[in-house]
Ligand binder design. Structure first.
Ligand SMILES: [Zn+2]
Length: 212
């Protein structure tokens, strides 16, 4: 078993909530293991927030979710790209990622899957791959968006790590109508991935680049 320790980690999230959903338990675990974890979210989706919520609700929710996971406030990097337009801003997004790279110099990076069908997720995956091809690189899973996903790598989660993931996801009250935001789904998904490796709970990643 390979452990990630004393390392700078960067999670690239197209939208607020993608990092918590794809790797919230692993973020909690990596923090407990003494890693420096940064999370960058490229859009708070102000254009698609439901009318009963203030347009900036996701900015408040991502701050709360990150703090529940244990990410220091200064390690949460928020950007204001318009939702569903990332594919038209490819070079700007690459420049933003390269600025983060220079500032953080991460050794391990998490990106969405290059097989993610959402145009914003796909753009972050492609530009993340371009920027971090020389790093240890994993793609995280968002099953409702992945047509295919290679289950090549697993992060074992404790009950406490899973509970922190669930608490972080619950912070997104504006997204609670989505079928994948329920405790039942998050726990069942982690359990399904755990069963594949003879553990109770896990998160699954596609291994894009590895070095050891
Ligand atoms: Zn998203």
């Amino acid at each position: 078993m390979i452990e990630i320790k004393n390392t700078r980690v960067l999670v690239l999230a197209p939208h607020t909530d993608d990092a918590e959903l794809g790797c919230g338990g692993t973020i909690a675990k990596l923090l407990d293991q003494g890693n420096e974890v940064h999370c960058a979210a490229f859009s708070a989706c102000q254009q698609s927030v439901r009318p009963e919520f203030p347009p900036d609700i996701l900015i408040r929710e991502v701050r709360e979710a990150s703090s529940l996971l244990g990410i220091p406030e200064q390690n949460l990097h928020l950007f204001d790209y318009e939702v569903r337009t990332f594919n038209f801003r490819r070079q700007d997004i690459l420049d933003t990622i390269l600025t983060l790279k220079k500032k953080i110099d991460p050794q391990v990076v998490f990106i969405p899957s290059v097989n993610d069908v959402h145009q914003d997720h796909y753009t972050i995956a492609q530009e993340g791959l371009r920027a971090f091809k020389l790093c240890i690189l994993f793609s995280y899973e968002l099953p409702w968006n992945n047509l295919t996903f290679q289950s090549t790598s697993f992060s074992i989660l404790s009950e406490a790590h899973l509970e922190r993931k669930i608490a972080a996801i619950k912070a997104y009250k504006s997204q609670s109508h989505r079928a994948y935001m329920t405790d039942e789904f998050i726990r069942g998904w982690a359990h399904m991935r755990g069963v594949q490796i003879q553990e109770r709970y896990a998160e699954c990643f596609e291994m894009v680049r590895m070095k050891f």
